[in-house]
Design a binder for this molecule. Structure first.
Ligand code: ZN
Length: 304
């Protein structure tokens, strides 16, 4: 055995020996995150089944946009959300129509949020506990930021932060477009590029999280309910396991003191809570890896 092989094996063992924790959160139910392909009820059901099967036994929470599924009809949406609950997932509110807090008056935004609640409540059998901001936009100015915080607290919502923020939605949009055009080569290129990109996000935020919080803590991953993730979830889970992760619920992750760090970011950006904490501490900014240039380019050509 060469010296390089020994070193590589030792590094792999050290990596595997670490126990890391991650909570998996999936946004834009029943279908979204760049995947705007018109699948119809049967197609969304198939996608949901495929996405959920490898996640059985793994704590996961899905964030719902009930109004974005209006073309499916209420009964179909209820059925799809019941699939999530039946497979052991929790559900949270992601507003009804995915408005942008940066450009939507607060009263309109909270009215939309409220409209998103009944479908989630019907599926869960109780009101949702967690709220996830669309675009991770939590307040472009102090009035909106504080106004929304007060609204959420008064209505019993806990904010669901994200630490492992990424551009899965760009890959998903290119993938959906390739599937629609029956462009097998591009679909394969997306599948090949996706997990290595996601692994670069994990590597970055693991190190940056330690720098900012001073210790390793349970990460919170954001991915979207897309055909890309339905097809790639086994590989994504394998990557996380290879990095030494075990899966915890969002509630369990939030028990870590990292999530008590002061966070007063006010602005139009939508990004990882690790960046919000670092900004609040006055640390020099450090950004996560970009998606590959071909992804940026292909996404740009979609004209979204
Ligand atoms: Zn979303």
């Amino acid at each position: 055995m060469t010296r390089i092989m020994v070193v590589a094996m030792a590094a792999a063992l050290a990596l595997g020996a670490q126990t890391r924790e991650v909570a998996i959160t999936i946004d834009d139910l029943p279908q979204g995150g760049g995947d705007h392909g018109a699948l119809g009820v049967a197609g969304v059901r198939d996608m949901t089944r495929k996405l959920l099967a490898p996640l059985r036994g793994i704590p996961v929470i899905g964030f719902v946009n009930a109004c974005r599924a209006s073309d499916l009809g209420e009964a179909a949406l209820d059925g799809i959300l019941r699939m999530w609950v039946a497979s052991g997932a929790d559900l949270g509110n992601h507003t009804c129509s995915h408005p942008d807090l940066n450009t939507t008056p607060l009263a309109e935004y909270t009215a939309d949020l409220e409209r998103g609640e009944p479908a989630v409540t019907r599926a869960l059998g109780h009101r949702p506990v967690y709220f996830r901001h669309p675009f991770l936009h939590a307040g472009p100015d102090a009035a909106k930021r504080e106004g929304l915080s007060r609204y959420l607290a008064a209505h019993g919502y806990t904010v669901a932060p994200v630490t492992l923020d990424n551009s899965d939605w760009m890959f998903a949009a290119i993938y959906a477009d390739a599937l629609a055009r029956k462009d097998a080569a591009t679909a394969e290129k997306v599948r090949q590029g996706y997990v290595p990109y996601m692994e670069s996000i994990f590597a970055f935020f693991e190190a940056r999280g330690r720098e900012v919080a001073g210790h390793d803590f349970p990460q919170i991953l954001l991915i979207h309910a897309s055909r890309l993730n339905a097809d790639m979830i086994p590989d994504l889970l394998a990557m996380m396991r290879r990095r030494g992760y075990r899966f915890v619920s969002l509630g369990e992750a939030l028990k870590d003191e990292a999530y008590r760090l002061p966070e007063d970011y006010t602005g139009k950006g939508g990004f990882s809570w690790i960046h919000r904490w670092s900004k609040t501490m006055g640390m020099k900014p450090k950004g996560e890896p970009d998606e590959p240039a071909w992804v940026t380019e292909a996404y740009g050509k979609l004209g979204r």
